[in-house]
Design a protein around this ligand. Structure first.
Ligand code: SF4
Ligand code: SF4
Length: 275
């Protein structure tokens, strides 16, 4: 079973929930798909076992063969290759590796070459297999790295995915194929606004979801009323707690600070499996 933890915006406590759920069920796989800013390792502290580089293919042009016909630029929808008078401009970071320009080139001047976009680090935390991706600085597109990371999934395992925040392509790439999405929010106007977007996203992807309300005793009741109106289950409420914030600043997970929550997370996991 694949459970993704997502949130419409950053800073809601998504990683806190993901890492605590993983430590409560104590088996399976954990994937940190927030590849632009992975931080689950700071809390789970896995023993690193393996590092792999991840590359995508991009075109390389042999200017000795190029006749400047412009066909490659015409077919590229992403403006990653542009023919300008007697030269060609290549923007590898915009390339989606579709291979269209290679097929379109009548002179055979274009070949594919590998371009490294990031790495995947793997390790273990107790009985949990841990993987996270680290996107190279300045890299524009994270979905190819997230897709490479998700190839680590063994479908016979329980898999926890810590998704990037927001509702754009990296999030959709992360949560697609999940059996359930836990959306983490907080009861504030910003929290509600981004939660609505996240709920729409998972509905579009036809994935069942439930909400965890973090810092549930701050803000107002609008998030609760929204969940009631939309018939979205509230899986857990976690009150604001200074001890948890202090623990977080020292790299402690929620269940390390409040071990009594482990049982609640186990119950939550069983309920999701039953749903
Ligand atoms: S491989 Fe596709 S996206 Fe990349 S430059 Fe060629 S046509 Fe554009
Ligand atoms: S399609 Fe091939 S020959 Fe034409 S401009 Fe592009 S690289 Fe040059």
């Amino acid at each position: 079973m694949i459970i993704s933890i997502a949130s419409g915006k950053g800073g809601t406590g998504k990683t806190t929930i993901a890492t605590s759920l993983a430590l409560s069920i104590e088996h399976g796989q954990f994937l940190d798909c927030d590849v632009e800013e992975p931080n689950a390792h700071l809390f789970l502290k896995p023993e690193k076992e393996k590092v792999e580089t991840v590359s995508v293919t991009v075109p390389e042009v042999d200017m000795n063969l190029c006749t400047h016909c412009g066909e490659c630029g015409k077919i590229c929808q992403f403006k990653a290759i542009v023919s300008v008078k007697k030269s060609l401009l290549l923007f590898p970071q915009l390339c989606h590796s579709c291979g269209g320009c290679i097929k379109a080139c009548p002179s055979g001047a274009i070949k594919e070459v590998e371009r490294e976009i990031g790495i995947i680090e793997s390790g273990r935390v107790k009985d949990i297999e841990f993987h996270h991706g680290i996107l190279n600085i300045g890299e524009a597109k994270s979905p190819p790295l997230i897709k490479a990371l998700k190839k680590k999934i063994n479908n016979s395992n329980t898999v926890i995915i810590d998704s990037p925040p927001g509702t754009s392509c990296p999030v959709i790439t992360s949560v697609r194929g999940s059996d359930y999405v836990i959306l983490v929010t907080e009861p504030t106007p910003f929290g509600l606004n981004d939660l609505i977007l996240a709920v729409e996203m998972v509905k579009t992807l036809l994935i069942p979801s439930g909400i965890i309300i973090n810092r549930s005793d701050i803000g107002d009741r609008e998030v609760f009323l929204y969940c009631e109106r939309e018939n979205i289950p509230i899986l857990m409420e976690i009150p604001n707690n200074r001890e948890v914030a202090e623990g977080y600043s020292k790299g402690k997970t929620l269940v390390e600070t409040l071990p009594e929550l482990k049982e609640k997370f186990r119950e939550l996991f069983k309920n999701i499996k039953r749903s």
